[in-house]
Design a protein around this ligand. Sequence first.
Ligand code: SF4
Length: 407
Amino acid sequence: MSQEEAAAKDGGGRRRQRNLRSPDVMEEIRQLVERHYRSELVEKAKEQGGILRAGRTTIRLARQFGFCYGVERAIDLAYAARKLFSDRRVYLLGEIIHNPEVNGQLKELGIEMLPTLLRNEDFARIRKEDVVILPAFGAEVKVNERLQQIGCQIVDTTCGDVMSVWKRVRQNSKEGVTTILHGKVGHEETRATASRAVGGGTGHYVVVYDLKEATLVANYIAYGGDANVFLQMFEGKTSKGFHPDRDLKKIGVANQTTMLKRETEEIQNLLRWAIQYRDGGSLANYRAFDTICGATQERQDALFELLKEPPDLMVVVGGYNSSNTTHLVEIAKEKVPTYFIRDSSRILSAERICHFDIGLKVEVEAEKWLPCGEVEIGITAGASCPNNLIEEVILRIFEVRGEGLSF
Ligand code: SF4
């Protein structure tokens, strides 16, 4: 069965295959999806070059922001599953994407969220007749296997770009190549990818979060070191039974699709250098694939472009646990004061804003965030942020500035 097909019972109780994204199903759910997430204001603004002006306030939107194709598809599939299996319990494994608004809407539709890390008692609740939606980040191999054993209907919304990474790391495992995975160790996508990097149990991986951790791996490859110290430093970040002396002979670099492209490239260069240094200039034991997804890259590139003529400040909209959004914040912060907010409710007034500090990992309150007089504000949003939230942020900014936007 393809990813987008699912078994459904027709009116007579007979089982038949349905394509979840078939035109008739999509027709039924389109209005609902659009009502929840569409913004006419944002669409018009995009058509007009992304600039909105009223009085002394100018907003410049990045050329690319908001929902990506993978997220749109995952949402379509989740809504379609709810519609098609209206008489069955529908569960969602963790969050469909990292946006509280979207997950909240799915809950409203009656989709029950399971914890991301399923415990035995969670599996015990799932029955054969139930439907389980897997998120856009994918799920670990062992979770898929348990669900298949239960025999429930699985609606897999894993993004194709994530599955391309899985193909690469599976190939590594078959060829005795250890995957060095640039990603966040607890992130759903990295866990799902790492579970494929071990293949049938013979492959290995090490997860590196940033350049600092990649440097530790590169130094071990180039100069050797104390294996126990290495294993302590990477506790919980390697495959079971991994040993640096044995398993760093051949490496392949891959990444969580939503990492910072610039950092991924630096990590690739560093590890390539380490292998060349150790192997007398040969790259026979090194592989790298650019697995940053197109949507992440486009949003990062669009932000760099916007920042070429820096606005007075940036507002980044999205879920605080969203990896691609966090990287947009990192990029913007280097150039201008940046406020990361999940929605318009965080703009308390023209003087005060409650925003997420990515270093402290908590919301903090800032005063005097908006300059007086003429101001230019850049706005972008992560791939999991719907346009309706961006519209609300735009309108709120004009509201607190006391300026009515006529569009
Ligand atoms: S951010 Fe990239 S990998 Fe993630 S869902 Fe969107 S297109 Fe797919």
